[in-house]
Every structure is written in structure tokens, then in C-alpha cells.
Design a protein around this ligand. Sequence first.
Ligand code: FES
Length: 171
Amino acid sequence: MAETPRFPVPPTRRRIVAAAGGVGLAAALAACGNSDDSSNDASSDTSSPSSSAPATDPTTSDAGAAPSTSAAAGGGTPLGKTSDIPVGGGKIFADQKVVVTQPTAGQYKAFSSTCTHQGCQVASVSDGTINCPCHGSKFHVADGSVAGGPAMAPLPPEKVTVSGGQVMLDS
Ligand code: FES
């Protein structure tokens, strides 16, 4: 016959801590289990990073980057001559914070010159890319898309009008 203690075992500090630790461990394991479950779920969704890259689909920026070369001139800010913009390159207009490129002869595009990484002004256009001096991001002259990080988002398009050999920034 088992002996029943006459008095209940008093709750010592060690027992309380151990019990709390056990509960905490169980909670932590449960949390890890949930975390693992959700990360497994998330890993199946890696093809759609909608939460980290909103509205920056480079496939759609091309259309927005197209200058309105056929638009009637009027009310724009003169930037310079088309002859100042090299084919395959571009020119930065620092005062207007715009970079105008000419990916192919006669095709002009314009983008904000503010780097999408941390807001520096891009400083050069060379070898088919627009280059930020701060951390080395590069953007394609053709569509402003990222050619090299750390920037994740393309340069936003700007609208320019080309008329009579002049490039005008639409207002
Ligand atoms: Fe342009 Fe960081 S601000 S690369």
C-alpha cells in the first residue's frame, strides 16, 4: 500500500520555477511549431513576394517610362538638346532631378534621378547604366530597372517631350 503524505508537498521556489519553465518551454515549442508551419506555408508562396515589392513590377515600368514624344509641346521645362544625350547613354539634369536617356537612336526616356535605395542623386551614366555613387546601385538606361543593388526598385519614370531637337520636361 502506498503511503500518502500526510501533508501536501509545499511549493518550493525551485518547483515553481521549474513548472513555469516547463510551461514556457511548452509555449516556446508551440510557437516554434507554429512558426515552422507558417514558414513552410510562406515558402510555398515565394513566387509571389507581394508583401515586399508593392507596385514596382519592372515589367510595367517600361510603359510608364516611355516619353510622350508625340504630345504637343507646351508648358514644359526645357532640359537641353537631343544631341546632348548620347545613344546608349544619357544625361543627368541635376537641377530638375531628372535623367534623360537615349537607349536607341531617336528613342528618349526619362527617369527621376533620385536613387530608390536611400535617396542619393545618381551621378553618372555609363556602359548602359545610370549609376548611384552612394552605395553602387545601377539602373538600366532602357527602362530604369535595377541592374545592380542594393536598390530594389526601379527609378520612377518622368515624362519628357522631344520636339525640334529639344527635350522638354513635362510639367
Ligand atoms: Fe543610391 Fe544607396 S542611395 S545606392
